[in-house]
Design a protein around this ligand. Structure first.
Ligand code: SF4
Ligand code: SF4
Length: 385
């Protein structure tokens, strides 16, 4: 049995759904595409605040990062092969533990647990096998999710799947409900070929995106993408707030509608790390201390985000759900929350839910508020009555 076959057999035994191999050549065409997206503004640059004292211009800094991400050898100089893997994450859901009629927010399927960590655990076992089989003569590195490498082009070249027009990798058996991961290794393995597949004439995802974020096939304007916005502390444009619905984190509408994702049977697999499920009661999130937040989302990717981002998301979802039980907690946010961005969205949510209590609280807040942007939001919220 060759080492390549042993790797694939072990991967299957470990529960990885797809294991393919490609070479380590760089992706100049992907680099060009990403840079074009940055110049067109479809990939927002880090803000000046994030850049801190960095003297490089944001564009230059991003350019050097993109170049590295598109070159597997920037991770491992003598790398010869990339093992690209996928793990299906459509799992059977447990019953929610919330009280009847309690407002709950939706979590994107890939975030119900930390599937990225699940994949890395398995990749590390494959690295152990490579080390033992080669008497530790070669270096190997594993990654998933927040990779320093472009993992979708690697997965496409290895034949794990092909690009959907929503920019997400589609696989034959699990549709786009997969997380990706890879190992780059100095060992020369047997290479697989890309799959000869594409979306054909379909454009369902493009037409179904609530914010028209898929500006052309395979091209996403992240400023408009609810997935991207739900991860970052930024003002959610007014015109997107109604479309936000009950999102607490992530958006998968362009995957839900994809015909390639229909009829996939959920696995019985029970994730070990960071399981939070697909729906979360929203009101407790408004009162979480930093410590409670970290504890609640421990081992889940949401813990990588700031508490304020998740609080802002919860506030918008509460506004859209319109449950009267949210009014008093939202007034508390408007009066006591330190972060002006969260206060702004609380004002909007109260305007959206309406009612006498909301209106009185907004009028009172307008007199006491010192932040100009929040004041504008309160005035806009009062116009909703
Ligand atoms: S994740 Fe949501 S907002 Fe982003 S492109 Fe897909 S459907 Fe549109
Ligand atoms: S919805 Fe259609 S166009 Fe979009 S990814 Fe799926 S198959 Fe491709």
């Amino acid at each position: 049995m060759t080492l390549t076959s042993k790797i694939k057999t072990l991967g299957e035994e470990l529960g990885l759904d797809i294991i393919r191999i490609t070479h380590t050549q760089s992706f100049p065409e992907v680099e060009k595409r990403i840079m074009e997206s940055i110049y067109k503004g479809y990939i927002p640059l880090p803000t000046l605040e994030h850049q801190k004292k960095d003297l490089l211009s944001p564009v230059l800094k991003s350019f050097s990062k993109v170049k590295k991400r598109c070159d597997p050898l920037s991770i491992l100089k003598k790398g010869k092969s990339v093992i690209s893997v996928a793990l299906g994450y459509l799992i059977e859901e447990e019953e929610g533990k919330w009280i009847k009629d309690e407002p709950v927010g939706r979590i994107a399927k890939y975030n119900a647990a930390n599937f990225y960590y699940e994949i890395v655990l398995r990749l590390n076992k494959i690295i152990n096998l490579i080390n033992q089989e080669t008497a530790f003569q070669y270096k190997s590195k594993s990654k998933s999710c927040y990779v320093p490498l472009v993992e979708k082009p690697l997965a496409q070249r290895a034949g794990v799947g092909w690009y959907g027009k929503n920019g997400i990798i589609l696989t034959e058996r699990y549709g786009s409900w997969v997380v990706l991961g890879e190992i780059i290794t100095e060992v020369e393995l047997e290479i697989d070929s890309p799959l000869n597949k594409d979306c054909g004439d379909c454009r369902v995802c493009i037409d179904s995106c609530p914010t028209q974020a898929i500006v052309a096939p395979y091209l996403i304007d992240r400023n408009r993408c609810l997935q991207y916005i739900s991860e970052r502390l930024m003002k959610v444009p007014l015109e997107f707030r109604d479309k936000w619905g009950d999102i607490l984190y992530g958006c998968t509408i362009c995957q839900e509608v994809c015909p390639r994702n229909k009829g996939i049977i959920p696995k019985k697999f029970k994730p070990t790390y960071g399981y939070i499920g697909l729906k979360i009661p929203l009101l407790p999130l408004l009162n979480f201390s930093e410590e409670q937040f970290r504890k609640y989302f421990a081992h889940n990717q949401i813990a990588m985000r700031s508490r304020e981002v998740i609080k802002r998301n919860a506030v918008i979802a509460l506004g859209n759900l319109g449950n009267p039980s949210s009014i008093i907690p939202l007034i508390k946010v408007l009066e006591e929350e330190e972060n002006p961005l969260v206060r702004s969205h609380a004002a909007w949510a109260l305007g959206k839910i309406g009612g006498k209590k909301s209106r009185t609280a907004l009028e009172k807040a307008l007199k006491n508020e010192f932040n100009q942007e929040v004041k504008v939001e309160i005035i806009n919220a009062l116009k909703m009555f």
